[in-house]
Design a protein around this ligand. Structure first.
Ligand code: LLP
Length: 422
């Protein structure tokens, strides 16, 4: 098994390639920091999930927030995917990249505004995932005002522990998301009495980077019981939205994504099948995380006390996951030199001690000018990036077959300062 399994990044001799393209050449052509993605790897993951769900009526609604690149939205839209959006901005991305997919959009999020509800109503999206009673009233009144009917689900909170990082766990009763499942029947009854609403589904999303299938199965089972009660109340519930959350392996441990998808599909379809409902899923990370890497060049290596710091030209503003969630990302030299390993902290240039990619990591000795690849950065990398320290954001390149194309050029100072007024 290649050590890169199941990633599209693998060594050929001393050189690290992305689906056959030289990362060294891409860095030379496009500069660093640079996000590089493999189109094949994204397609492969989407295909795996589509295959795993083949025997149940379903729509896969890719969670745009994981990686919002128009090129990725377009690619997945062309594969038949729908989209999970959480803002009017993400709706606009779908409209620009793949307008024919607007009818396959589900709209989640705890703070939807009037203009966002209106835009989604006008776009004729598939489902509003309503997260509270205030939003329910507002959606009803906006639908009436625009002469539309809003197909909606309540996002219920099943009180399931997702066994993930506290910042990305969402399904417990003390989280801000959704409506407690015990209270949901009453709120659905209210929805039935409100004009402009079609209570058509039940939604759930319990968190992200979930590696065991049990929490998914438990939450869909709980949703199943609610669906039965709502149907008994006279509602025509046709959709079950099981949310996103399927995790990936960020370490060096051998891991088979196909087996993981199979187990996940069994867990969610098993519980949903008996309901005769159309299953919706909102995967983000699973499709894109391992398809992408952040290439960065070493600027300096310096010694402070007992520590050795490798300072790179990428910083926490480009990839915040290690700083924010203590997330582990593999960091590999782009050209293996055969030098011995050294235990170092790999850090960015941003003025925060929290600006690090790895701490006390043993990697092959690197020096100024060397390139390293921070792996598994395709999800929540670029989409969580910022301009902090007045740094322009990286360019993004997509490798597709034997071609590599820029899907987002590096920003310029003009881009950066355009909105400002002095
Ligand atoms: N649906 C909803 C309603 C969500 O809130 C999310 C993610 C997803 C779907 C997609 O979840 P996924 O399949 O990607 O796990 N920035 C964090 C992850 C935040 C997840 C937020 N919600 C990270 O880098 O780990």
């Amino acid at each position: 098994m290649s050590p890169s399994f199941p990633r599209p990044f693998a060594y050929e001799g001393a050189r690290l390639l992305c689906s056959g393209s030289s990362l060294e050449a891409l860095a030379a052509e496009h500069g660093t920091p640079l996000y590089v993605y493999s189109a094949d790897a994204i397609r492969e993951r989407a295909g795996m999930l589509q295959a795993g769900l083949a025997d149940v009526p379903h729509t896969i609604c890719y969670a745009v927030k994981a990686n919002s690149a128009l090129a990725i939205v377009q690619m997945l839209g062309e594969m038949g995917c729908g989209f999970d959006i959480v803002s009017g901005g993400e709706l606009e991305r779908v409209r620009r990249a793949c307008p024919e997919a607007l009818g396959r959009v589900v709209f989640s999020g705890v703070g939807k505004q009037v203009w966002e509800l209106d835009a989604a109503l006008e776009a004729g999206i598939l489902l509003f995932n309503v997260e509270g009673e205030g939003e329910l009233e507002l959606l009803s009144s906006r639908a009436v005002a625009l002469g539309k009917t809003a197909r909606m689900a309540l996002r219920v909170n099943p009180d399931v522990f997702a066994e993930t990082h506290p910042y990305i766990s969402t399904g417990l009763s003390d989280h801000k998301f959704g409506i407690a499942i015990a209270k949901a029947r009453e709120v659905y009854r209210r929805a039935m009495t409100l004009p402009g609403l079609d209570p058509a589904g039940v939604s759930v999303h319990i968190g992200s980077q979930i590696r065991s299938t049990e929490p998914f199965a438990t939450s869909v089972e709980r949703v199943g019981q609610l669906v039965a009660e709502l149907r008994a109340d006279g509602m025509d519930i046709r959709y079950v939205d099981a949310g996103g959350g399927l995790g990936v392996e960020y370490g060096q441990v051998p891991w088979d994504p196909a087996a993981s998808v199979q187990a996940y599909a069994t867990a969610v379809t098993g519980a949903a099948r008996g309901l005769g409902a159309h299953l919706l899923l909102e995967p983000g990370r699973f499709f894109v995380a391992q398809a992408g890497a952040l290439l960065t060049r070493v600027l300096y290596v310096k010694q402070n006390g007992a520590k050795t710091f490798v300072i790179t030209d990428a910083g926490m503003n480009d990839l915040i996951r290690p700083s924010l969630y203590q997330a582990h990302h593999e960091i590999w030299p782009v050209v293996r030199s055969g030098r011995s390993e050294q235990t170092v902290d790999i850090v960015g240039p941003v003025c925060e001690s929290g600006d690090f990619f790895a701490r006390d990591r043993a990697i092959e000795r690197v020096g100024p000018g060397d390139l390293v690849a921070i792996l598994d950065a395709g999800a929540y990398g670029m989409s969580l990036s910022s301009h902090y320290n007045t740094r322009v954001r990286p360019a993004e390149v997509m490798v597709d077959g034997d071609k590599a194309r820029v899907i987002r050029r590096r920003e310029t100072f003009e881009d950066l300062f355009a909105p400002e007024v002095v």
